[in-house]
Design a protein around this ligand. Structure first.
Ligand code: PLP
Length: 457
């Protein structure tokens, strides 16, 4: 593509993005499509000859966009909403253009050093101790897998050589995200060696049950090595009692990995910092700027106070990747499985600079306030009930009645195209989740959602 043509289509694409971001609500939040529709609409074979950009962009608008779930839509209230803010989008364009591979310091000094700078800033915003080393991965799932691998390295360094992690046992709560168990599966800990500790009546891991489980495993000759509590669980945003869990971890020399993928970001607002009490003691912690922080997917950060162990778990340097600077620089490829690394810190830098800590704190604060308001509405309507405390910006609620009625209510709401909510199961009952995390979502949209919920009920 000649430069002039790139310029022309580049402007067209930026114009499309600007219009889209101005009015994502012009689209239904969930597309009205059946599974396989796009598969059928696209050719079975790739083109033999190159096609004109006009045709490609045309098909993007005509075929792709109608099959999109609009995460940018202010009525997107499902899962944990994520927001691609314009500064983050601009940085993604630049990162794509530079196309550096940040595997080594030498393969692009800026990619390495900007990652160090931004993750130092973020560590301070979250109130984490300065001895935390940060590294960017694509997702929290991968960050957590690396944390579990580091925990294994600390407990049994022979595994790296020998393979087979013999009798190591990992603890997490029954409310933990599936990524903890998946990480254990991926590195060969085995599902049988993952203990899902019971939660209390407000969905927090019970330290007494954790202590009991560890004692029981020790008594039967197993080797407890890691505990993974959560700050902001996926179903209800409950916060596990980190100080008490940390105490047990220290007593039994367990690696403590904190999953704060969504809720960690709330700590940018000083009044919510206490959610992270005890996190400073953790061996590692994951937080996702791509969730609540306006950074386009994907960007997850793993912090660890024991980077030497993480490095020991993964460093393997073939001759062709040795450089003269190796003893003076960080080569991020040494701290994990991926060799190639996108220049992800660029978008984090753009977002952090353009919003500032106060700008982000204001979003978090507003989202939490709106969720409290919504929870009050639910409490005030006898047809509905709240199903969990609301410490952050997620409300779990249901219509008093059967699971079938609640499923039907959710389907009816989501079919309308104005809002998208998701669900979970708590105490065996089907529960609706309304999660506020999109930067475009304000009180007005949530008021409208409540109107639709009552009408649908
Ligand atoms: C979203 C989330 C995850 C998974 O995040 P990915 O980046 O999609 O892997 C893990 N844990 C918690 C608590 C989450 O909220």
């Amino acid at each position: 593509m000649p430069p002039e043509e790139f310029r022309r289509y580049g402007h067209q694409v930026v114009d499309w993005i600007a219009d889209y971001l101005a009015h994502p609500e012009r689209y239904p939040v969930l597309p009205d499509v059946q599974p396989g529709a796009l598969l059928d609409a696209l050719p079975r074979a790739a083109p033999e000859q190159g096609e004109p950009m006009e045709a490609i962009l045309d098909d993007f608008r005509r075929l792709i966009v109608p099959s999109i779930t609009h995460w940018n839509h202010p009525g997107f209230l499902a899962y944990f909403a994520t927001t691609a803010t314009p500064p983050g989008i601009l940085a993604e364009m630049l990162a794509a253009a530079l196309n550096v591979n940040g595997m080594l310091w030498k393969s692009s000094p800026a990619a390495t050093e900007l990652e160090q700078v931004t993750l130092g800033w973020l560590r301070d915003w979250l109130g984490l101790p300065v001895d935390n080393f940060g590294i960017i991965f694509d997702t929290a799932s991968i960050s957590t897998m690396h944390a579990i691998a580091a925990a294994r390295e600390a407990a049994d360094p022979e595994v790296r050589l020998r393979g087979g992690s013999r009798n190591l046992v990992l603890y997490t709560s029954e409310q933990a995200h599936s990524s903890v168990e998946k990480g254990a599966v991926a590195i060969g800990i085995g599902q049988r060696n993952v203990r899902k500790i019971a939660a209390d009546e407000v969905f927090r891991m019970r330290p007494d049950m954790l202590a009991e489980a560890v004692e029981r495993d020790l008594a039967s000759g197993l080797r407890p090595f890691c505990v993974a509590p959560t700050v902001g669980t996926t179903s209800t945003t409950s916060v596990d009692p980190l100080p008490a869990i940390g105490e047990i971890a220290r007593r039994h020399r367990l690696w403590m990995h904190v999953d704060a993928a969504y809720a960690g970001m709330a700590a940018v607002a000083p009044e919510f910092r206490s959610l992270m009490d005890g996190a400073g003691q953790a061996d590692s912690l994951v937080v996702n700027p791509h969730k609540w922080m306006g950074t386009p997917v994907d960007l997850s950060v793993l912090y660890t106070r024991r980077p030497d162990i993480l490095r020991r778990a993964f460093s393997l340097v073939p001759e062709y990747l040795r450089t003269a600077q190796d003893d003076r620089v960080v080569n991020f490829m040494d701290y994990g499985v991926p060799l190639g690394r996108r220049f992800r810190s660029l978008k984090l830098w753009f977002v952090m600079r353009s919003l500032g800590r106060q700008g982000l704190a204001a979003r978090v604060r507003e989202h939490i306030a709106i969720a409290q308001q919504f929870a009050d509405w639910v409490r005030g309507d006898p047809r509905f009930e709240l199903c969990a405390p609301v410490p952050l910006s997620l409300v779990c609620f249901r219509k008093r009645g059967s699971d079938e009625e609640n499923q039907a209510l959710l389907d009816c709401l989501n079919r309308g195209g104005e809002v998208f909510l998701s669900h979970t199961v708590l105490n065996g009952r089907f529960v609706l989740r309304l999660a506020i995390g999109n930067h475009a979502t304000g009180l007005r949209q949530v008021e409208r959602a409540w109107e639709l919920i009552r009408a649908s009920a």
